[in-house]
Write a new protein. Structure first.
Length: 659
């Protein structure tokens, strides 16, 4: 069970900017955020389609999707997306190609929460200079709804004609629908709710109050992004009220539909996370010759009035203090796919995590019971977690990833690193934990104590290791030789823990930990890598000063496992971070509850070799700053088109021109 279930509308909001193409630019008299309601919970706007398409084509990603070798995959991907994001087509009978033909400027799409009603889908299109195409589209829409058995009605509302279609339900599981259209001030407005259409009309002539642009969270997020961008207009703007959006999506489901599993929306709301009132951002393409993509995101989470602790319950965990010391650490290896580091008040997070744990567990003092067991169980580690462990942790946490070859569903490796203030105390506590674990083995690696946690023998998974053109190796069985059994045992991933050099290291694979700590690669560090230094310099220019988090991603390395698994048809089995996220989003709720593996819908068998597409990916980074009422995030992907523009002085010049 996830906070927001998959729906055609949610996919439509996220995919709009990808599927739209260009038309002639023209400024609209009224922007879509001045027509949409202040209860709009999800919003995306493409300001100028012609400019968007032109800049998209300048990016490496835009050139990748136009590469002839990618055509079969891209066409299949488009077909799958159109099936999944049919909200606009199903509800309003408007296809993506229609938008291409009629748009003369901005396109805005929103999901509006309505009290005691289904949420309304709203589409606003600037049709300046495209009246003929718009008239043809309206005729086409009428014919489509006639095929669906709809009845048509027109009415004059304050001098504007509203055309309404009443669409009968297709079957017992469907509902009767409405589609409403009107044109005013060169804007074609469409929605699936008659009352919403009338309210939109009133906003054209009314003052401030009930418009999206008047909503406090929307105002704050957009103003901060605008200030950071130096007045440069983005190609895409977006905004989401996370909890309102989740409620709006739920309203689209059947009233009789029961929530499967735990209601995480209710849990997070009661735990104070609804303090996050909105997040929104700007997305710019092909910026200044230095950046493929540049995004700015503002998260608005104002303090609770009169609350000394700022937030309520578990939301109080969200303390990420700004710091000057977030550059790559001395232990961080040069060879990796991603490097993410942030500062966090871990002691504070521990204190307020209990109420969230209890809420998920479904009973009070569940977390306290776990802690008591760890301290008093005669067969456990007998550790006071707060006193013996949490009290000796620092405030910096880092996670790095890479992968092993050949690419498999379990090839990705992770390393979590936490600074400690008392290495001896932490090592002592870790020893207690490990000695109470029957699967943990103490080892020595170059003079350092490493604890390897081996997989239990009875849970040995099948091996799936492709070796050139040979058959897949079979798992060790009772009939296997001793050598085969030993090899199978060694092939199993073993996690590992080590306390050294002022840090606690927790690795998904012991081999990864040993590579990081190896004396042989002591001089090969991330901080000396040219791509890391270029990204770090760009981030420092884009958001000067302190920060609470900094991320570095080699996109070619980070995306390679997913790409290769798509080619193999094994994405549903992927255990990479990105793979798990995609699988969670794409798996139907009923299959997720039953633990059913989803089918891979996109055919990746015709994808070219990854070495061919690698050149289209370039390094990226993200920087986060904590403020009194939320967080501000800036991210950038460097350009490969003009390497000379990536020199530090050129990046600074480019950044200065857009700030």
């Amino acid at each position: 069970m996830t906070l927001v279930r998959y729906s055609p509308t949610s996919c439509a909001l996220s995919a709009l900017s990808i599927l739209l193409a260009s038309t002639a630019p023209c400024l609209a008299a009224v922007s879509s955020d001045k027509v949409m309601s202040h209860t709009t919970r999800g919003f995306v706007s493409v300001s100028n389609l012609d400019e968007f398409q032109e800049k998209w084509n300048q990016t490496q990603m835009g050139q990748l999707v136009q590469d002839e070798s990618m055509r079969p995959f891209i066409e299949d991907l488009k077909r799958q997306l159109k099936r999944k994001i049919g909200g606009v087509e199903e509800k309003l009978a408007i296809q993506w190609d229609d938008l291409r033909n009629v748009a003369g400027g901005e396109i805005g799409l929103g999901l509006v929460e309505r009290e005691n009603e289904r949420a309304a889908l709203v589409l606003v299109i600037d049709v300046s200079g495209h009246r003929r195409e718009m008239d043809a589209l309206l005729v086409k829409i009428g014919k489509e709804f006639t095929k669906r058995g709809a009845t048509r009605d027109t009415a004059d509302v304050s001098g504007t004609k509203l055309t309404t279609y009443a669409i009968p339900a297709k079957d017992d599981k469907d509902v009767e629908r409405t589609a409403v259209y009107f044109v005013k001030s060169d804007l074609l407005c469409a929605t699936d709710n008659r009352l919403e259409a009338e309210e939109m009309l009133r906003r054209f002539d009314g003052g401030a109050g009930d418009r999206l642009v008047d909503a406090k969270a929307f105002q704050v997020t957009m103003q901060r992004c605008a200030k950071s961008s130096g007045g440069v207009l983005p190609e895409v703007r977006w905004f989401v009220d996370p909890f309102g959006y989740a409620r709006a999506l739920r309203s689209l489901g059947s009233p009789d539909e029961k929530i499967r599993g735990k209601d995480y929306l209710a849990i997070l709301s009661t735990q104070g996370f609804d303090a996050i009132q909105g997040l929104g951002g700007y997305v710019s393409l092909a910026v200044g010759g230095s950046f493929e993509f540049l995004h700015r995101t503002s998260v608005y989470a104002p303090p609770i009035p009169g609350e000394p602790a700022k937030y309520l319950k578990a939301m109080r965990m969200m303390e990420f203090p700004n710091s000057q010391e977030l550059q790559a650490q001395g232990w961080s290896p040069r060879k990796l796919a991603t490097y993410r580091t942030f500062s966090c008040d871990l002691a504070n997070a521990f204190e307020y995590f209990g109420s969230l744990f209890d809420a998920i567990a479904g009973y009070e003092d569940a977390f306290a019971g776990v802690l008591e067991g760890l301290e008093r169980d005669p067969y456990g580690p007998q550790v006071d977690v707060r006193k013996d462990f949490i009290a000796h942790l620092g405030q910096r946490v880092t996670m790095v990833t890479d992968y092993e070859v050949p690419i498999t569903t379990k090839c990705e490796r992770y390393l979590l690193v936490v600074e400690v203030t008392d290495e001896e105390a932490i090592a002592k506590t870790v020893k207690k934990f490990m000695e109470s674990d029957p699967n943990a083995v103490k080892k020595d690696f170059q003079g350092k104590v490493v604890w390897e946690i081996q997989e239990p023998q009875e849970e040995m998974p099948e091996l799936d290791i492709a070796v050139s053109d040979l058959d897949l190796l079979e798992p060790a069985t009772d009939d296997a030789t001793d050598d085969q059994a030993e090899q199978a045992k060694k092939s199993l991933p073993s996690s590992a823990v080590c306390v050294t050099d002022g840090h606690l290291f927790i690795a998904s694979h012991i081999a990864f930990l040993e590579e990081v700590m190896s004396l042989e690669v002591a001089q090969s560090k991330l901080k000396t890598a040219s791509d890391y230094r270029e990204v770090d310099n760009a981030l420092s220019q884009l958001l000067p000063g302190t920060a609470s988090a900094r991320f570095f991603v080699r996109t070619d390395e980070a995306y390679r496992p997913v790409y290769e698994l798509l080619r193999q048809g094994k994405m549903p089995e992927s255990e990479t971070l990105l793979g798990r996220l995609l699988n969670r989003l794409l798996t139907p709720p009923e299959d997720e509850d039953e633990g059913i593996l989803r089918e891979q819908k996109i055919d990746g068998r015709q994808l070219p070799d990854f070495e061919m597409v690698r050149r289209y990916f370039s390094p990226s980074g993200t920087i986060v700053r904590t403020s009194e009422d939320g967080w501000f995030i800036v991210g950038a992907t460097l350009s490969k088109l003009a390497p000379q523009a990536r020199a530090p002085d050129a990046v600074e010049t480019s950044v200065s021109s857009i700030r």
